[in-house]
Each structure stands twice: as C-alpha cells, then as structure tokens.
Design a protein around this ligand. Structure first.
Ligand code: XUL
Ligand code: CO
Length: 441
C-alpha cells in the first residue's frame, strides 16, 4: 500500500470561515478551536463519524443496488481493501475535523468463514486502526458488534430461540469488547437490531427478554474481567428491521433495565430518527433519559416524517436541534458520549464532495444549535417560566405533596374549606413558541 495516499485529493481540510462565507467547503458555525466556557467547541460537541454509513454505505435500497463507487474499493483481497478504506476514513476524519469515529466490528474488517478467521481479520485491521489513531489523534467514541446482518441472526442474536446462536453472538461481542478496549473506546453500544420479533405466534416474549438481560449481564461480567471502563449504552429503536424491537424507546428501555437489575450500568445512546419512529420527538427521548440520569450519547441524524422508516439523513433543522441542545445542556451534557453522525448520503449523492457537504451541514447545524441553546439558558426566560408554573409546589400544601407528607383526607379538607375552586392559568404555549423564534431569527 502507498504511504499516506491522498484519497480526497481535491478537498482541503475544512476551515471555519464564519456565517458570511459562501464557500460550500467551509464551516459557517463550527469553529473547533473557538473557546466556549473555557473549552474548545470541539470538546463540547465531540463529533464522531459513523464508519458504517460513510465508509461502507453504497446507496443501495430495497429497490436497487448501490450507486456510490469509491476509488479505494478496488482489488480482490478483502483485508487489503479494508486497510485502504481505513486510511481513507482517517484522512476524512482529519479533513472534516472530527475528533472521534465509531464502528461495528464487521464494518471495519471482513467476516471470515469461521469466527476464528473473522477475529484474525479484525485483529489485522485493529492493529492498523490503532496506529492511525495514534498518528492522527482521532479517538474511538464507541465500538459495537453487528449482530443483525449475517443470516445466522435472522431470528435475533441474544433473543434467538436457538441457544447456539446466542453463544455465537456472545463470542462475537466478547471480541468486539476487547477490540473496543484495545482502541481506547470511551463507550460500547448495544443496538438490538433483531432483538425483537416478527410474529408472536412463534415467540416467547418473556423468555426472549430474559435472555437479552442474561446476555447484557454477561457482557458486563466480561467488561469487568478485562478491565474495560467505557460506558455501556443501549440504543433504543421501536422497529426496523424487526416489526417490534424490545428496547422500543427510552421508557421501555428503563423498565427493561430496572426489571433485570441492569440500570446502574447502562445509559442511552439516543438517535433522532429512532425517537420519531417511536412517535416521540428527539427532545422527548433526551428529557426522558435525563430524568433517569441515563443520558449517554447521541446518534445525530433525522428522519423524514412523511416516510415510515429510518432514513438516517443529516440533520440541518436548527430549531429541532436547539430544543434538543437545551435539554442536553440542562442535563449537564453527555459526559463520555458525543454526537455521532449516524447518517447517510442520499442514493444520488455519489461524489466524494457530497460526504463533506453532508457532514459540514450537520456539524454547522449542531454548532449553531449549541450556541443558541447556551443563549437561551443564559437568559433563563424559559426556565423562569417553568419554575413559576410549578411554584405552587414550592411551599405550603404543594411542598407537602412533593414530600408525601399529606394525603387525600387532608387535601379534601383543604378543598372543602378555604381553597375552593382553582383559578385557571394559561400555559402560554403560543407566547413561548414566539419567544423561541426570537432566538432563531
Ligand atoms: C440502526 C442504527 C445502528 C446503531 C449501531 O438503526 O442506528 O447503526 O447505531 O448498531
Ligand atoms: Co444509531
């Protein structure tokens, strides 16, 4: 292989040029070096590239094959191609100024005829990835295992009715955890792509959920055994590819984790398009995770509300992201998490430039939302409004309700006595929506 070939020769490192710039290959809002509250913006936002979309996605859909042909995808030796692809990946991470990347085991290295062969392939790629990480300073936000593409997982991995498949998945995750640790991964993600069902006619739902819990306990045991300190994250999604995925949304994920004694060890990796597929807003999922102290990381993308599947688009909706950011910042940020662009190019976006435009748009929208959200929180108008709205619970019988120092009998006495009928108070939704727009325009 050539040493450091330029896989994107026509594209320079993307620089910040400010909101007035007309250069489509420049940032208008994301200045990685800009110091905000004592830290560079890059450290606040912790942007990450999703290897599976940006370096394995070819634009295929159920109606047609791939459209995207990359120049480095040439040759017969799958491992040699994987190594060249990895170099292209790291050139991209650097040029787009992403401090992190994320991968599934099978994205980075080809699956072999046996698990041992797959592990050997993975080891060769990981050795090179480690060297590239060292050379470039790009770090691993999280690793994960692909437990959904291979036909062996057609009826699930940890929830497969065949214990043999469970065992295979366990062996695969064992290796994926070890590899994530080897690369200094700060988190490890479990997305249960096929951990659900197609029909209840052939499914023991309770048993499958117990198996999933056993699997996650085993993963925790192994992480402990090898000294992996990264945060474990569950990524909820309601459906697709299954008709029903067990970790449907944050609320069902919390119930599952609590039921099986896993809640202290997991947080959530929230994906915008998964939230909307579950019938929630992105902000709803963030607030729910934050309410349980389980906000972990973000898979940054968006869906198309006119379509019923996971379109994984780059998100340029600053209003949606501002609302999300206010909730994330109020919750104290993402800790070891970050914003991973789990988003893919549209099928006709076949040029290398498109990969840059897509990420520039996503980074800029998030950076702008971050700045607007900080202004909103600094002004404190929404927080003051909400505080005031609940003020009746701060003192008197309201405070007694929150402290559970009062019961129905005493409350009845109060209402029958001096309290009488409550006075209606406006929720002021339209006023607040207008107030939000003053920050956006
Ligand atoms: C699928 C999805 C996955 C996970 C990692 O919808 O989001 O790529 O992020 O397995
Ligand atoms: Co995702």
């Amino acid at each position: 292989m050539k040493k450091n070939p330029a896989y994107f020769p026509r594209i320079p490192r993307i620089e910040y040029e400010g909101p007035g710039s007309a250069n489509p290959l420049a940032f208008r809002h994301y200045d990685p070096a800009q110091v905000v509250a004592g830290r560079p913006l890059a450290d606040h936002l912790r942007f990450s590239i999703a290897y599976w979309h940006s370096f394995r996605g070819v634009g295929s859909d159920p109606f047609g094959p791939g459209t995207i042909v990359r120049p480095w995808e040439r040759g017969k030796d799958a491992v040699a191609i994987a190594l060249a692809r990895l170099e292209a990946g790291f050139e991209f991470f650097q040029k787009i100024r992403a401090p992190f990347w994320c991968f599934h085991d099978r994205d980075i290295a080809p699956e072999g005829a046996t698990l041992a062969a797959s592990n050997r392939n993975l080891d060769r790629i990981v050795t090179h990835a480690k060297a590239l990480q060292k050379q470039t300073g790009v770090k691993l936000l999280w690793g994960t295992a692909n437990l959904f593409s291979n036909p062996r997982y057609m009826c699930g991995a940890a929830t497969n009715p065949d214990a043999h498949v469970f065992a295979y998945a366990a062996a695969q995750v064992k290796k994926a955890l070890e590899v994530t640790q080897e690369l200094g991964g700060e988190n490890y993600v479990f997305w249960g792509g096929r951990e659900g069902y197609e029909t209840l006619l052939n499914t023991d739902l309770k048993r499958e959920q117990a198996h999933l819990a056993a699997f996650l306990h085993m993963a925790l045991d192994h992480a402990k055994a090898i000294g992996f300190k990264g945060q474990f994250l569950i990524e909820p999604k309601p459906k697709e590819p299954t008709k029903h995925q067990y970790d449907f949304d944050v609320a069902s994920g919390v119930a599952f984790l609590r039921t099986h004694g896993l809640e202290r060890h997991f947080k959530f990796n929230l994906e915008t398009n998964h939230a909307t597929l579950a019938g929630h807003t992105f902000q709803h999922e963030i607030e729910t995770a934050a309410a349980h102290g389980m906000l972990g990381s973000i898979d940054a993308n968006s869906g198309d509300l006119l379509l019923g599947w996971d379109t994984d688009q780059f998100n340029t909706d600053v209003k949606e992201l501002t609302l999300a950011m206010t909730s994330i910042l109020r919750a104290g940020g993402l800790g070891s998490g970050g914003f991973n662009f789990d988003a893919k190019l549209r099928r006709p976006s076949v040029d290398l430039e498109d990969l840059f435009y897509a990420h520039i748009g996503g980074f800029d929208a998030y950076a702008l939302a971050f700045k607007v959200a900080r202004r909103i929180l600094a002004d404190g108008k929404f927080d003051a409004f909400v505080r005031e709205r609940y003020a009746s619970f701060d003192t008197g019988f309201g405070a007694d309700i929150e402290r559970r120092k009062i019961g129905f009998k005493q409350l009845e006495k109060l209402v029958l006595g001096s309290l009488g009928e409550p006075t209606p108070r406006s929720g002021r939704q339209e006023y607040l929506e207008n107030l939000l727009n003053t920050y956006l325009h």
